[in-house]
Design a protein around this ligand. Sequence first.
Ligand SMILES: [Zn+2]
Length: 506
Amino acid sequence: MRIAIAGFQHETNTFAPKPTKYDDFVMTDSWPGMLHGDMVMSETRGMNLPITGAINSAEAFTDHHQDRGQDRCIDLIPLLWCSAEPGGYVSDDAFDRIASMICDGILASGQIDGIYLDLHGAMVTASHFDGEGELLRRIRAVIGDNIPIAVSLDLHANVTHEMVNYANLITIYRTYPHLDMAATGGRAMDGLLDILSDAEISHAFRQIPFLIPLPAQYTGADPCLSIYKHMSQISSDRGAFVEWAMGFSASDIPDCGPSVLAYAPSSERADAMVADICDRIMAAEADFDPMLIDPEPAVQIALNSSSDNPGAKPVVLADVQDNPGAGGSGDTAGLLKALYHAGAEGVVCGIISDPDFTQMAHQAGIGAHIKAGLGGKSGVADDTPFEAEFIIHALHDGIFTYTGEMYGGGIAEIGDSCLVSPVGAADIKIVVSTYRTQCLDQCFFTSFGIDLTATRIIALKSTVHFRADFESLASQIIHVAAPGLFECRLERLPYQHLRGGMRWGK
Ligand SMILES: [Zn+2]
């Protein structure tokens, strides 16, 4: 069997002003840059990526049959894989070029039996609310209706009827932090192989009429934990399973929001699984609380906690609204200012993305002082640079090796970076980078020689992913509502395109 595989991932924050362009899909960040042909296989091997899991599943299928002397095997035809850091809508140029490369690659592959796609599910383009639906429509126009397509999506997908109808099977991450990306790709490939073995499959799909703020989507605690546990209890490994996308609230589109999808041998079973999970989500509506606290009181809670319990584990202040992984600029200074003005000590803070600042620091050198505004340069409402004189403690080439579970072993390329402190507040250490990236891994601090267990406050720009690597270090985690392009108080967002009947915010 010949199966074409491709990936095209973007999570679009339609409230972020800067469009996402073709070059953003080409560059390397926390994930590889744009990969073509065989590079799709070689450069993703060993990573926690959906396409890696899909490739592993296909290879396991071939090995299984060859071990038994059967000549059933899968020939994978890798076409293209790319992703861009979450941000503003995807330009028509980027979308059309990449969609064409995938469609042309399929056409050039000759006879194929199936297609696997590694997509996010919250891509909005300049011309299409539903980027993935449009991509699938274009692929169907090339291959017709008879070749099965399996897709894996992010837990933050805003799943549409078009996606469900064009794809034969969709799987969705079940963890946030996303520890199961490769497993989700593997499940999609297994499902595709079952379809190719003539398994009967029906589906059911339903959208939920309210938005869930991302800080409340953490799957390590209720209400999400119990619902996912129940999902796994009513799903079998293969052939009958239910998936839940919690949605990405910063995509202002009619299909924004959570949805539930099930596949089973009979439509009755798929319907029953979807109804069961939807009932549980609906019943938990009031429990999806983002638990946000303004910067000054949040800092005060952290200071009181560390003075009441000397020697205790540090408090993590999560700057949840300036998460580059959700389209944040990664440069707002609100939380940093609150820490500085409160006279906090034992603080590490990161990652603030500021290319001008890092360039100045690299020119000045270690030990030098520079007077500069740090961050606050992206025009985010209520945000301005943090003006101070800084001492430069360390410089870094910006190539970090992840050590945490989510991306462990992978490389982040975030450009020239540095570690600085405001003069007179040497116990506030700030990691500054050239390119924006989510602070979800301890490596961004430990690579500078920082012992995180000896700190009192860790202030980081991430919404939930940081929990995978920082939760065990922390005595307490506080969600801080400082300025950012990823507004988590949903009632403040100027939505224009949500479908009728949607509820959001308090
Ligand atoms: Zn996600």
